[in-house]
Design a protein around this ligand. Structure first.
Ligand code: GTP
Length: 412
């Protein structure tokens, strides 16, 4: 199908060519008649102006037809849209995308189509909510990560994905940030449709409408569960004693210091126990290192299994443990220490010779006093432990208030 301009041009050229031919034929007749002195024919001199007008019009029509071609010489190919309004691939500059900045308005539809495809199929999960917090769009990656269908998500609140562990301050910070027009970044724990929980790293930015108002929010989310798992493992390795699985010395002291500061600030009670296996060297010597390790593990497990969740049990040295009891007075600590001493005395360990053997511990106990540094409380508990050992072992000794300022060993 020829474009209208081309069809009209062909029609006009043919029409004027026919008229011109007719004019020339008649002119020939006129000239011949003049030569013969035929005055009747010579009176037909009206055909000369007619022929001139005809030729002039023909030139104008041809000029009108070829003008666009003359104009396009030396220009890049036209990027006019195809019948549907989309730019066809042939309109794109060689080897790349069309330059959207150069094209006329209908091409923006093509640009929109391209941007939409990019968002729909982006590898990161993308969600768009309106400023009332309702989900208006999610891409394919979002559906894959969350496990929901589009129908189950659209129109609902993003809160439907929360696993419920994130503190409310995190969300208030999120809203404050994005409502003020800034980007919020953070990691939250979410839940898939299957119930499985996962970590998501999110960047949420406000989208402004043509009037500059925040009308939507776009969230780009990435499942970082694997990375978080590796970090957790590393963190665990850094905090935990590899032989016993309880807190290592560094982490124990860190947590103990936190509790000391809390006790100091809020005037809370805090008691510290120092537990040491009696004659452990003899166990090692008699049964070997592996059995010695087993004894250390059993004592650690017994300590960890005898305290509350808020208490902290850590390995302080080779066969020495510290138990931090927040919110506990020395009397309460002593009760626990006695219970623990008896429990450990009841442990049976398989010896190298096949026969089982028992073990005992000595426990030193000290309570925190306002103004104490952690080292002072530890030194007091250690002094009490020393006293328990010197009193024959398998004993609990607490530092009394009147003696805690005295030299090491002045305990009762
Ligand atoms: N098997 C094993 N032994 C350890 C470990 N750490 C330290 N030890 C040993 O524990 C022993 C501690 O001995 P001592 O400090 O003399 O204490 P003890 O023999 O228990 O004597 P008292 O505490 O006075 O009753 C040493 O022989 C260390 O080599 C460990 O991780 N595994």
């Amino acid at each position: 199908m020829l474009p209208p301009r081309t069809s009209l041009t062909i029609f006009l050229v043919l029409a004027f060519a026919a008229l011109t031919a007719l004019g020339l034929w008649m002119l020939e007749g006129v000239l011949a008649a003049e030569e013969l002195g035929d005055t009747a024919m010579a009176g037909q001199g009206v055909f000369i102006p007619f022929l001139s007008v005809s030729l002039g019009l023909l030139a104008a029509v041809v000029g009108w037809a070829v003008w666009p071609l003359v104009r396009s010489v030396g220009r890049p190919p036209d990027s006019s849209p195809g019948p549907s309004g989309y730019v066809t691939p042939s309109c794109a500059p060689e080897g790349g995308m069309p330059d959207f900045g150069q094209v006329r308005l209908p091409v923006s539809e093509y640009a929109l189509e391209t941007y939409k495809a990019a968002v729909d199929h982006a590898p990161a999960a993308i969600m768009i909510t309106n400023n009332r917090g309702r989900i208006e769009y999610v891409n394919d990656a979002f559906l894959n990560t969350s496990g929901y269908s589009r129908r189950e998500i659209l129109g609902r609140s993003p809160a439907m994905f929360s696993a419920g562990h994130t503190r409310s301050e995190v969300y208030s910070d999120l809203w404050q940030t994005i409502l003020s027009g800034r980007v919020w970044r953070g990691e939250v724990r979410n839940r898939r449709k299957s119930g499985e929980e996962y970590w998501e790293n999110m960047a949420i930015s406000p989208l402004r409408d043509r009037f500059g108002r925040v009308a939507h929010f776009v969230a780009v989310r990435e499942d970082v569960t694997e990375r978080r798992g590796r970090e957790d493992d590393l963190r665990q390795l850094a905090l935990v004693d590899s032989l016993t699985g309880i807190a290592n010395r560094r982490y124990l002291l860190e947590r103990a210091e936190q509790e000391r500061q809390r006790a100091q600030r809020f005037g809370l009670a805090l008691t510290l126990l120092m537990v040491d296996i009696d004659h452990f060297k003899a166990i090692n010597d008699r049964h070997g290192h592996a059995v010695g390790d087993q004894a250390i593990r059993r004592v650690a497990q017994t300590c960890a299994g005898s305290v509350r969740e808020i208490d902290i049990v850590g390995r302080y040295g080779g066969e020495e443990f510290v138990i931090v009891l927040p919110g506990t007075l020395p009397e309460g600590g002593r009760e626990l220490a006695e219970r623990l001493r008896r429990k450990i005395a009841a442990i049976d360990i398989a010896g190298a010779d096949g026969a089982s053997f028992g073990l005992t511990v000595s426990i030193g106990l000290a309570g925190f006093q306002p103004g104490d540094e952690l080292e002072q409380v530890l030194a007091s508990a250690d002094a009490a432990l020393y006293r328990a050992k010197s009193l024959g072992r398998n004993k609990v000794v607490a530092v009394t208030d009147c003696l805690r300022q005295g030299p090491a060993g002045d305990v009762q």
